[in-house]
Design a protein around this ligand. Structure first.
Ligand code: ADP
Ligand code: MG
Length: 238
């Protein structure tokens, strides 16, 4: 970054190691990986299939605790926590975009964003505030006026935009995405990554995404390439 402003670090992973049991033996999926992501920064994780990208994202997402190493998300320690504590950290600090938008076909875009509020039984003024937030986010992802539109009436690109807006409903400090453009064509992939870039800049979270598409790396502040569970040495922040 060229500015002198000190940017908050929203994700720190230090020397993380993840070993999966595999029959009678084990697979070392991460073998001492370190990574940090700051506010308004976009980080790409690249590497061949089986190199450990999804495992690294699962560690960042507080879905799994590493077998060793330190992980901090938005100032909170993740390593050494139990499932309940990690669920809270995810809810309070992390937005996650899946490869295939996991959206309810019969719901309209606004209700899609409000689904967890509906499940929690949010009502009245609080629900109206959440609905305003949903509409603001739909605006920001380029779907202003599409709140009543149902998922089956939307294109793949529009559904991915709903997916992004939904991930931002909890005001996360950290936005994680596992190959968010892999189901989209070239043009739409660029549009989605440019959108993530402007949301990252405007809303001030840190974005970390796995991608196979080297054509998308020009918008990134940092590219982390992993091979066999290790970060390849190379230029750090761009
Ligand atoms: P990538 O996302 O880069 O394809 P992964 O993180 O999914 O890589 O996998 C890294 C390594 O860990 C691979 O060898 C994979 O087979 C193994 N692995 C991933 N998940 C599990 C699991 N739940 N149990 C056992 N091995 C796993
Ligand atoms: Mg993967």
């Amino acid at each position: 970054m060229s500015t002198a402003t000190a940017l908050k670090t929203h994700l720190t992973i230090s020397d993380a190691r993840v070993v999966y049991p595999d029959g009678t033996t084990t697979v070392t999926a991460l073998d001492g990986v370190s990574l940090s992501a700051r506010a308004r920064e976009m980080t790409a994780i690249i590497g061949e299939s089986g190199s450990g990208k999804s495992t690294l994202l699962s560690v960042a997402a507080a879905l799994i605790a590493p077998d060793s190493g330190d992980v901090t998300v938005a100032g909170e320690r993740v390593d050494g926590t139990d499932d309940t504590e990690r669920a809270r950290i995810r809810r309070e600090h992390i937005g996650f975009i899946f490869q295939q938008p996991n959206l309810v076909a019969s719901l309209n875009a606004r209700d899609q964003l409000l689904l967890t509020d509906h499940i929690r039984g949010v009502r009245g003024k609080e629900l109206r505030n959440r609905a305003r937030r949903a509409d603001d986010l739909l605006d920001r992802v380029g779907l202003g006026g599409f709140g009543e539109r149902r998922m089956h009436q939307m294109s793949g690109g529009q559904r991915q935009r709903v997916n992004i807006a939904r991930a931002l409903m909890g005001s996360p400090e950290l936005l994680l995405a596992d190959e968010p453009t892999s189901a989209l064509d070239h043009q739409l992939s660029h549009e989605i990554v440019e959108l993530l870039r402007s949301l990252t800049d405007d809303l001030g979270f840190a974005t970390v995404m796995v991608t196979h598409d080297r054509g998308l790396l020009h918008v990134m502040d940092q590219v982390v390439e992993i091979r066999d569970g290790r970060v390849l040495e190379g230029p750090e922040r761009q």
